[in-house]
Design a binder for this molecule. Structure first.
Ligand SMILES: [Zn+2]
Length: 275
């Protein structure tokens, strides 16, 4: 270990308060979970979280139904709602999934909300953000941790995160990651007994809004989820290929309708700067 490495290790240990990354090895599941837990603390401190028992219970129940069917069912999954109309969702390492209120408002049925959750769950199952952290060199990890785990970047982060729902800051997924998350999410929906057609109808709805209004509340979705038009074609192809499996899968539920009624009773979401 060089002096620079030792110095780096001390900085990381100091910043990460217990999350130590091996200089050359991969990030273990325990490290991933600790990192996610710390980032989740930052998110709840910096973003306006929706504190509503009915809605949080619904999103956690649906999210866990999906996550339990995946290869990472052993993780302790957490689902939360950010109180903003901006349509977006993001995932932190270790099983922390955030969906913005705008997604719940845009969704017409359970299949559409489940599609967004299943997509984000797949990013965690495939460890997309963890792999990014493993690939960048140590100096970059140090910067990322400094921003993520300390107050250094708080002001800019809070402003940016409210606008984009956080994902542009925490992880920039590649087009290949996005396609993988769609395809894995599609299979998760089927395993959970939910019709994946909501993935298609929700993306089509966002695309229509983008084309009509130049994005509006959906523009950050397109910034964070590249290649939406290609992805719609890919999802259509999967729907066609799996048509026989989809008969009888549920599209909606009583619980979804109860959640929507509760959503309509809430005061409007706070406006983010620049909206
Ligand atoms: Zn994604």
């Amino acid at each position: 270990m060089t002096t620079a490495h030792r110095h780096f290790a001390r900085i990381v240990a100091g910043l990460a308060a217990g999350v130590s990354l091996a200089a050359c090895g991969g990030i273990s599941q325990q490290q991933e979970v600790e990192l996610g837990a710390q980032q989740a603390q930052q998110v709840s401190a910096q973003l306006p979280m929706l504190q509503d028992a009915t809605i949080n219970a619904y999103v956690n129940s649906l999210g866990n139904q999906l996550a339990r069917t995946t290869s990472r069912a052993d993780l302790d999954w957490h689902f939360a709602v950010v109180n903003t109309d901006v349509i977006n969702a993001f995932a932190l390492p270790g099983g922390y999934i955030y969906v913005n209120r705008g997604v719940l408002e845009q969704a017409s049925n359970e299949s559409e909300v489940a599609s967004v959750l299943a997509h984000e769950i797949e990013h965690v199952v495939r460890r997309h953000s963890v792999k990014q952290m493993e690939q960048v060199n140590n100096a970059n990890i140090g910067v990322a941790l400094a921003c993520t785990l300390t107050n250094v970047c708080n002001n800019q982060v809070a402003a940016a995160a409210i606008q984009v729902g956080g994902s542009a800051y925490f992880a920039k997924n590649s087009r290949a990651d996005e396609v993988q998350a769609d395809e894995g999410g599609f299979n998760t929906l089927v395993r959970a007994g939910i019709n994946p057609r909501g993935m298609l109808t929700f993306f089509q709805k966002l695309l229509a809004e983008e084309q009509q209004n130049g994005g509006g509340n959906a523009s950050s979705w397109f910034a964070d989820h590249p290649g939406t038009e290609d992805r719609i074609n890919d999802i259509q192809r999967m729907l066609n290929a799996n048509a026989s499996k989809l008969n009888g899968l549920r599209t909606d539920s009583q619980a979804f309708q109860t959640m929507k009624r509760r959503l309509n009773q809430l005061p409007p979401a706070p406006r983010a700067a620049g909206q």
